[in-house]
Ligand binder design. Structure first.
Ligand code: NOJ
Length: 731
């Protein structure tokens, strides 16, 4: 009895002391808590915070315990490849109860375009030009993620991609720095909400810092050769915008920047990110990127790699355990100091406090039916899919389908395909949740239109045995909906292609179907812009649906029937042929802009579909564009406005893009640059006035190759739709 009482008192005294610890006290300011915790930590505990391990997909209750046993209780972070919140809580319990200081683990995962409620790939989302919708989608993804035990996503990717051979073009917002920055910020806002401590918030991670999209030849993991000018003008801006929007973390990229791998790039991680931009979050390496410094030829072994990455400003080691193995030795050898370790640890602890992990380390368990695929979330995924789809061609106004159409041939490898519509980086998407194109059409048309299906051919290969059946089906129908496209594994990481054309067999199926002499609506589902030079002339209409996620079927069917009006505009240029790469709208000015100078001899040099291109079922007229003054001082502001009238017969959404050109400057500037955009919805006959407030220092300036901003006086041109306004900046 006495023994029991003594034990009881001891436990309670201990509990009291413990609960008085400053870092445990949620009433204390976060910085105070961080410092208090830091001073209690041993060097070993600190170093473990700088490491991220992976936790496998194993959810076998018989041996999961073994896996958990292998995880150190003091580990900083885990990439949690499982989405079972109970297992996650068991791991967290180990950290809270078995580690000396009870520091919670930060669980990260690639939630890229939804977790279970998969919405369109980012390249497609960008075509919506709708940041609010993207914020809402990311918020929904964050909720599914938190309910699965995830606190941190490795998203958004704001790498500018101008080479569609690079498979990761699917994961970003396209070719334009401003659009990528705005949408990256919108995504951060969605994941993190107003406060990271909101129970449904997760930390965002801007990636890949920086220049990964420039991998030579579009081949993943290859070197990049980026001039300092391009770095500052094109690749850094979306990251800066993302940091300003409050992104909690950033991931360094695999590539080197003119010889110095991003993982060990002191200039970028330390001078630019932490000093110039005053970034208070932490930098995580990409997967195995520290060890890869040895393959990139800048470190002789893993120890030197750890040294180089750490001293460059890289805080957390993703999965290499190079920090775990070598940082202590590096301190002993006086190569690095404990203060340097502290400053990295502080950044990681700070995020854990902000996320409220010390107060709420465990995930609330709700059943799966409440966790995923909520009705309003599926609706949101469908809306985003709809706004992402781009009508590329509509000859003779074939779309929307006329009420006289009674029989449709639905042909092609993507027509009844579920898996590929999910796109890359949808690890927790389940094909059974996906509505196919065919199902969408069935739902839309019910028994009003007969659908006649034929596969035609597979996505690739030489088997043309389905061609005849497809032709037969086509002949007995009024019109052909041909669904072509890519396998989801053809884009994403390590998915480079030497040509962005569809496999020959798909092109041949189209040519074969021409024999039916029926109108053809081509539906494309793909993770990159495609080379359509040989296909485009043979079809009457083209709808680019990208990889729309689980709810693209109805969205597309609604567009085809005319229930919805297409409104997407391209976030990336479609070249005519692969050989035109790189091709993007904001190229710098050429030395010989006249005649046929510098053009290709064998093809047209213009793109097939430029950035910002996309048709509607209605017509929008741009008129009455004006500017508050045609002269502005550098410290003044200007307001431009334009009236948009829906002069067509149906309602529709129009994205209004405002571009600026600086024809004469100390350095040659791009032909034009997107500076502002807005989307409006108009009924037939309705009009609206949209405005762009021009702030010269922000919108008319440029950076030099050291990142210093300049604003020069002189003439500028503002483009909006078909309108053009000229004004002058004076001293
Ligand atoms: C490697 C990829 O490059 C990166 O984008 C991703 O977040 C990590 N792996 C983690 O899966």
């Amino acid at each position: 009895m006495w023994r029991f009482l003594i034990l009881f008192c001891f436990v309670n005294i201990h509990k009291n002391i413990y609960s008085q610890l400053v870092y445990k006290d949620s009433m204390q300011p976060i910085e105070t808590r961080v410092q208090d915790l830091l001073k209690r930590m041993t060097l070993k505990e600190k170093i473990l915070q700088l490491n991220q391990y992976t936790f496998g997909e194993n959810d076998n209750p018989n041996n999961i315990g073994e896996e958990i046993k292998n995880i150190p209780a003091d580990i900083g972070s885990l990439i949690y490849l499982n989405i079972n919140p109970e297992i996650r809580n068991n791991i967290q319990r180990k950290a809270i109860e078995e580690s000396r200081l009870g520091i919670p683990i930060l669980f990260g995962f690639d939630v890229i375009h939804g977790l279970r409620t998969v919405y369109p790939i980012p390249l497609a989302q960008a075509c919506s030009f709708n940041p609010k919708l993207i914020t809402a989608a990311c918020r929904m993804a964050a909720k599914e993620a938190t309910l699965s035990g995830i606190n941190w996503t490795f998203s958004p990717m704001v790498d500018i991609a101008r080479d569609a051979r690079w498979g990761r073009i699917a994961e970003g917002y396209g070719e334009d720095p401003y659009l990528s920055g705005v949408l990256g910020a919108a995504s951060v806002k969605g994941y993190q909400s107003e406060s990271l401590s909101n129970p449904y918030s997760i930390a965002a991670c801007l990636k890949h810092f920086v220049g990964y999209g420039m991998s030579e030849g579009g081949r993943d993991y290859r070197p990049t050769d980026i001039s300092k000018q391009a770095l500052w003008e094109t690749y850094l801006p979306p990251f800066e915008m993302g940091i300003k929007s409050g992104a909690a973390t950033i991931m360094s990229s695999f590539n080197d920047i003119s010889g110095i791998p991003a993982t060990a790039n002191h200039y970028l991680l330390n001078d630019v990110l932490k000093n110039k931009w005053n970034f208070k979050g932490f930098v995580v390496s990409d997967w195995n990127a520290i060890e890869q410094l040895t393959y990139q030829g800048v470190a002789k072994d893993r120890k030197e790699a750890a040294y180089k990455a750490f001293t460059a400003g890289l805080d957390m080691d993703m999965r290499d355990n190079a920090y775990g193995e070598f940082l202590e030795e590096l301190i002993e050898g006086n190569k690095i100091s404990e203060e340097q370790i502290d400053s990295a640890v502080v950044r990681i602890l700070r995020l854990k406090f902000h996320l409220g992990l010390f107060e709420r380390p465990y995930t609330t368990i709700v059943n799966e039916a409440e966790r995923y695929l909520q009705k309003e979330d599926v609706k949101l995924a469908s809306l985003l899919a709809e706004e992402s789809m781009v009508l590329l061609k509509n000859q003779n106004k074939l779309l929307p389908l006329s009420p006289s159409v009674q029989n449709i041939a639905v042909i092609g490898p993507l027509a009844k395909n579920k898996t590929d519509l999910l796109g890359s980086w949808a690890f927790r998407g389940n094909p059974k949740d996906v509505e196919t194109i065919y199902e969408g059409l069935e739902k839309e048309f019910g028994n009003k239109i007969r659908l006649n299906y034929a596969l035609g051919c597979k996505k690739e290969g030489n088997d043309i045995s389905g061609f005849e059946e497809a032709l037969k089906v086509a002949k007995t129908s009024d019109l052909i909906i041909l669904c072509l496209g890519e396998d989801k594994s053809w884009s994403g990481e390590n998915a480079s292609r030497s040509t962005i054309a569809l496999p020959r067999i798909q092109e041949e199926l189209l040519t074969h179907l021409k024999k039916a002499e029926k109108p053809i609506v081509l539906i494309l589902s793909n993770g990159r812009p495609l080379e359509l030079a040989r296909i485009e002339p043979h079809v009457d209409a083209i709808v680019e649906i990208w990889q729309p996620g689980i709810a693209g079927g109805s969205a597309l069917a609604g567009i085809l029937s005319g229930r919805l009006s297409p409104s997407g505009k391209l976030s990336v240029t479609f070249p005519r042929t692969t050989g035109q790469i790189p091709i993007y709208y904001n190229m710098r000015q050429t030395a010989r802009p006249y005649g046929n100078m510098g053009n290709y001899q064998d093809i047209q040099t213009t793109p097939l579909y430029p950035f910002g291109y996309g048709l509607s079922y209605t017509n929008f007229t741009y008129t009455n564009a004006r500017i508050s003054s045609n002269k502005v001082r550098k410290d003044e502001k200007l307001t431009a406005e334009v009236t948009i009238i829906n002069t067509g017969k149906s309602s529709g959404k129009e994205t209004v893009l405002w571009y600026i050109a600086d024809p004469v400057c100390s350095i040659s500037r791009p032909i034009k640059e997107l500076k502002h955009f807005e989307k409006c919805y108009l009924l037939p006959g309705e009009s609206c006035v949209l405005r762009f407030e021009i702030n010269p220092y922000k919108d008319l300036s440029y950076v030099n190759s050291s990142g210093v901003r300049f604003l020069e006086s002189g003439k500028f041109i503002l483009y909006v739709g078909t309108e053009k306004l000229i004004f002058e900046v004076v001293e």
